[in-house]
Design a protein around this ligand. Structure first.
Ligand code: NAP
Length: 243
């Protein structure tokens, strides 16, 4: 299979990842999405990608499982030959007050939201170094910058992603690989649909609305494509939640 430019979006079947996949497809990328279990949503997203006139494919694997990651990234590379843009976006929440948070909730979130980025990025960066080209965007969160009650696990993972982003930017810049992060605030997706006190949060947001997945997707596309002299940055996409 020949591809001129390929984007890989983890957790690309729904929410922010799906919107990023479509935005990159609009920019002319062939797009491979990854997902965990919801095949129906993934297939629908692939159809929407293809409707934009580019190639699209979904790979089901658990980003927190290093063997599954290695096997699937190897087969993506074998099939398409290149990966120009990687969006490390797959993520989960398992919220609880710290005092009640068990090891399971801690480990699930650290494995899925942080260790996954290490697993996925490693084989992709090896390829990008050979290409002497690449853009990596990590989906962190405002919570990784400022912390949040009930989210010690999630904040720690997202803060870890910020350190990861900045360190890789320094290590890989000389190979023409840029590494940035987006830090969304409150975005209307499945992840936030049961958010308690949503009205209270709205009062704190300068734009007085929750963000849409497409708002974040445009920032991801900007960092992937247009931000040619931007690396090691964390772009907050939060409607002015924290200024
Ligand atoms: P979402 O709607 O719940 O979608 C999550 C996506 O990640 C789905 O595609 C899901 O696949 C995939 N996924 C989950 N666990 C996975 C695993 N172990 N392996 C592979 N894929 C997995 O979430 P979202 O709101 O779009 O969030 C996307 C990212 O933005 C996350 O990293 C999240 O932490 C971050 N974020 C979100 C917000 C917000 O307000 N929504 C704010 C800040 C940051 P399936 O469909 O198969 O389940």
């Amino acid at each position: 299979m020949t591809t001129e430019k390929l984007a890989l979006v983890t957790g690309g079947s729904r929410g922010i990842g799906k919107a990023a996949a479509l935005e990159l497809a609009k920019a002319g990328f062939d797009v491979v999405i990854n997902y965990a279990g919801n095949t129906e949503a993934a297939q629908k997203t692939v159809e929407e990608i293809k409707a934009l006139g580019v190639q699209g494919e979904a790979y089901k694997f658990d980003v927190s499982n290093v063997e599954e990651v290695n096997k699937n990234i190897a087969s993506i590379i074998e099939k398409y030959g290149r990966i120009d843009v990687l969006v490390n976006n797959a993520g989960i929440t398992r919220d609880d007050l710290f005092i009640r948070m068990d090891e399971d909730k801690w480990n699930q979130v650290i494995n899925t939201n942080l260790n996954s980025a290490f697993y996925v990025t490693k084989p992709v960066v090896k390829l990008m170094m050979k290409q002497r080209f690449g853009a990596i965007i990590n989906t962190t969160s405002v919570v990784g910058v400022y912390g949040n009650v009930g989210q010690a696990n999630y904040s720690a993972a997202k803060a870890g992603l910020i350190g990861f982003t900045k360190s890789l930017a320094k290590e890989l810049g000389s190979r023409n690989i840029r590494v940035n992060a987006v830090a969304p605030g409150f975005i209307a997706t499945d992840m936030t649909k049961d958010l308690a006190n949503a009205d209270e949060y709205l009062k704190l947001i300068s734009l007085r609305r929750m963000g849409e997945a497409a708002d974040v997707a445009r920032a991801i596309k900007f960092l992937a494509v247009d931000g040619t002299y931007i690396t090691g940055q964390v772009l907050e996409v939060d409607g002015g939640l924290i200024i």
